[in-house]
Design a binder for this molecule. Structure first.
Ligand SMILES: *Cc1c(COP(=O)(O)O)cnc(C)c1O
Length: 419
């Protein structure tokens, strides 16, 4: 039997760890490690060339194949491929009836696209605070509901699912629609269910889930996205909106099975996916589980390397579900470091390590401040998280040696700046 670990043991471990920290090699890596890079293989290249040679460039057979493959993967009955996650969220909100004068509840800790799509429909993004996992707080959603509230737009931050049970319970109670921003969420599990799967949504809630296949996301089509839903009528409406509001199967109008005739049923958008994008996506999806396994392994290395450093707080991981580690965000402990987040980033850059910040909370940006009266300092958790957060490089195109370089560089910057 091992005896329980005492506070003294931990102090000894910390001290030993610090001594090791101060012994890290002097030589930084010679080449710059970008914050993110896609993993594109010969399969994707050959498939794109095949599309280019085939004469069918825009939405066509490969897009349909890709939609079916995504539907199978996330276990959703309906999937529509679009040209971005932003487009997916916009079309979903529009199809769910969000319009002028409505309010949509959005976490402040997200990318601007999550709120811009709301604004573009004439509605107001009602920002709310997040918890220490960077996910929307259900209590804050509840407090933000007014008679104008039409929908909730939660984000699966960094590849970890938000509390969907709580979100859907609120949606059901207040008769609200839900659009999940799953830009980071392809391959994420909420408990035992994939994000986007039909099984997640309780009967009686109308909802759609938008994925991103932007170049830096878990898988890519260059630019691209997809919307998943269990609701066939909603899917039909969304499909119409992706291609000018033209009646069903307008994309086939130049093929032998198509017809020249169509009717415009809504003032739709031009946000369809092309076969060139789908050609990349078909192979990226086939590799996604491998990408996620690599992300998870590298994340584990970061956890092991940093876990005894009191200068850092590591990501908060829920016991259930599966985190895909789209992001690995560390938080600096200002009581233990002489430098702040911005200098920390500069020092890592000087050691040839690229990093990023996800995200500048929406209530800090001039547009939302001027348009809706938000002010920095308004959301205490997000304000603190923002000032302390740094996203470390974590992607399958990195090697184990790259991961070691990041670990060494982080330790070195900490060792040089410890209080
Ligand atoms: C990347 C991202 C988006 C936008 O995705 P696009 O496919 O580029 O439109 C939306 N929300 C979040 C949280 C993102 O990180």
């Amino acid at each position: 039997m091992l005896s329980a670990i005492t506070k003294q043991d931990i102090a000894n471990l910390d001290a030993a760890n610090h001594r090791r920290l101060d012994l890290v090699p002097e030589q930084p890596r010679e080449t710059y490690l970008p914050y993110a890079l896609p993993s594109i293989g010969e399969e994707e290249i050959a498939e794109v060339v095949d599309s280019l040679r085939s004469g069918w460039l825009t939405t066509g057979p490969k897009t349909k194949r890709f939609e079916r493959a995504i539907a199978d993967y996330v276990e959703a009955s309906c999937v529509i491929a679009v040209n971005s996650c932003t487009a997916g969220m916009q079309i979903a909100l529009r199809a769910l009836g969000v319009g002028a004068g409505d309010e949509v509840i959005v976490p402040t800790f997200t990318f601007c696209a999550t709120a811009n799509v709301v604004v573009q429909l004439g509605a107001k993004p009602v920002l709310v605070d997040v918890g220490d996992d960077y996910s929307i707080l259900p209590d804050e959603i509840e407090k933000a509901i007014t008679p104008r509230t039409k929908a909730i737009l939660p984000v699966h931050y960094g590849g970890q699912a938000c509390n969907l049970d709580a979100v859907y319970a609120i949606a059901l109670r207040h008769n609200l629609a839900v659009v999940e921003d799953a830009a980071h969420g392809i391959g994420t599990y909420y408990r035992s269910m994939k994000v986007g799967s039909d099984a997640v949504v309780p009967p009686g809630v109308r909802r759609a889930v938008a994925f991103s296949f932007y170049a830096t996301k878990n898988m890519t089509t260059g630019e691209g996205g997809a919307i998943a839903t269990n609701d066939e009528a909603l899917a039909e409406r969304m499909r119409l909106l992706t291609l000018h509001g033209m009646s069903r199967d307008a994309w086939k109008r130049y093929s032998a099975s198509g017809s020249w005739y169509y009717e415009v049923l809504a003032d739709g958008y031009k946000e369809n996916m092309t076969d060139i994008q789908a050609a990349i996506g078909i192979h990226q999806l086939a590799k996604l589980e491998g990408f996620i396994a690599t992300r998870r392994r590298y994340a584990q290395r970061y956890f092991e390397a940093f876990r005894f450093l009191p200068e850092l707080d590591l990501p908060v991981i829920h016991a259930a579900g599966r985190h895909t580690y789209h992001l690995f965000v560390i938080r600096l402990n200002p009581d233990r470091l002489k430098i702040g987040r911005n200098v920390f980033i500069e020092e890592l850059k000087a050691l040839n390590i690229g990093t990023s910040v996800h995200f500048i909370p929406l209530h800090w940006h001039p547009f939302y401040r001027e348009s809706f009266g938000y002010v920095p300092g308004q959301f205490p958790n997000a304000d603190v998280l923002y000032q302390r957060s740094v996203s470390l490089p974590l992607y399958p195109a990195m090697t184990d040696a790259d991961v070691s370089d990041v670990i060494m560089a982080v330790r070195r910057v900490i060792a040089a700046n410890r209080k």
